[in-house]
Design a protein around this ligand. Structure first.
Ligand code: NDP
Length: 324
């Protein structure tokens, strides 16, 4: 049996329930893993509220790290006793142990703690694909990154620095801005009380940025288009402030042949080899010290509702984990 967080209907944090569940044996292509820590991500909020639809009842959580207990037929990249971490569908990572598909589960080197493993897989592989698999970016380029002091944000600040890319961040308080700058953002703008679009244009001498990485959505989307250089790429990868409203596609032409994508990590890691390769690159960044994972909040698994409240209230910085 394993403590597992489920929801029976969409709603506020109060719908999160901790139940005991039978874990069972892995079938072909599956593993059984016992978790040491689970990661908390904004996608968990979208699934809980019903913004992203799921069949009910459903377990929640997309990321964790722990020890492999058993492997099913055909699983060759992991063995019982291995340390492992993952960002993986289907949801169900908020638990002590589970049986799950092995495709997206990756070996975790000794040098990376279970906490960091649980905190970094989803947010870190997201940064990997934003910088390396979405549009060509390299030294001399400037990107604008919203919510730069958050989980994905602090990894992105350090990643950009390590690649020689200038990152202009935004965040909701001056303290958060300082944190982003300490982690490698060239400058961070408080987008609550500054004319951030004008500021970005000043910081780029009116030229604009080559790419915007926008996980905030509704509140920042249109302004972000005004920060892009001609032919720039808008990566709209999340909706923490609400979904982006419909807009005229001709706007992209009028603003300078802009490009736009609405990517999801799970498309990028659907293929086993690609997922393992992306994870290896992330682990190298962390192993080399170029990217340090910052776990700023820890909640016991049965206080998961408190963890969701803190994330939605913008009270968190860096990554958050659930301890088991
Ligand atoms: P964060 O730790 O970044 O938390 C979200 C942050 O968004 C808040 O701390 C807050 O920062 C900012 N924010 C702005 N407006 C609001 C609002 N109205 N309500 C709540 N927060 C707001 O979360 P994650 O690192 O987990 O994820 C960041 C974004 O990236 C999310 O949208 C997430 O869904 C997306 N994502 C997308 C992926 C993909 O592949 N498409 C994969 C991973 C993440 P501040 O106070 O500084 O404004």
């Amino acid at each position: 049996m394993a403590k597992t967080v489920i929801i029976e209907e969409p709603g506020g944090p109060e719908v999160l329930k901790v139940v005991d569940r039978e874990v069972g044996e892995p079938g072909p292509g599956e593993i059984r893993i016992r978790h040491e820590a689970c990661g908390l991500n904004y996608i968990d909020v979208y699934q809980r509220t019903g913004l992203y639809k799921m069949e009910m009842p459903h377990a929640l959580g997309m990321e964790a790290a722990g020890i492999v207990e058993a492997v099913g037929e055909g699983v060759t990249h992991l063995a019982p006793g291995d340390r492992a971490a993952y960002a993986s569908a289907p949801p169900g990572a908020y638990c002590e142990a589970r049986v799950m598909p092995a495709t997206q589960v990756c070996p975790l080197p000794e040098a990376i703690s279970f906490e960091d493993g649980a905190a970094m897989m989803l947010q870190g592989m997201t940064v990997q694909y934003l910088f390396h698999r979405t549009t060509p970016l390299g030294p001399g380029d400037t990107v604008l990154f919203h919510a730069a002091a958050g989980g994905v944000g602090l990894i992105a600040c350090q990643w950009a620095k390590s690649e020689g890319i200038r990152l202009i961040g935004t965040a909701g308080t001056d303290e958060k801005c300082r944190l982003a700058e300490e982690h490698g953002a060239d400058t961070c703008i408080n987008y609550r009380d500054a004319d951030w679009v004008q500021k970005v244009n000043e910081l780029t001498d009116g030229k604009g940025v080559q790419a915007v990485m926008d996980g905030v959505g509704k509140d920042t989307f249109m302004g972000s288009l005004d920060c892009l250089a001609p032919l720039g790429m808008m990566m709209s990868f999340g909706n923490a402030s609400g979904p982006v409203p419909p807009f005229e596609i001709a706007t992209l032409g009028a603003k300078g042949s802009l490009k736009i994508t609405r990517p999801t990590l799970f498309t990028h890691i659907a293929d086993h080899e690609t997922c393992q390769e992306m994870a290896r690159m992330l682990m190298e960044k962390v192993g080399s010290g170029a990217v340090k994972i910052r776990v700023d909040q820890r909640f016991p698994l049965d206080q998961v509702a408190e963890a969701h409240r803190a994330l939605e209230a913008r009270k968190t910085t860096g990554s958050t984990i659930l301890t088991v």
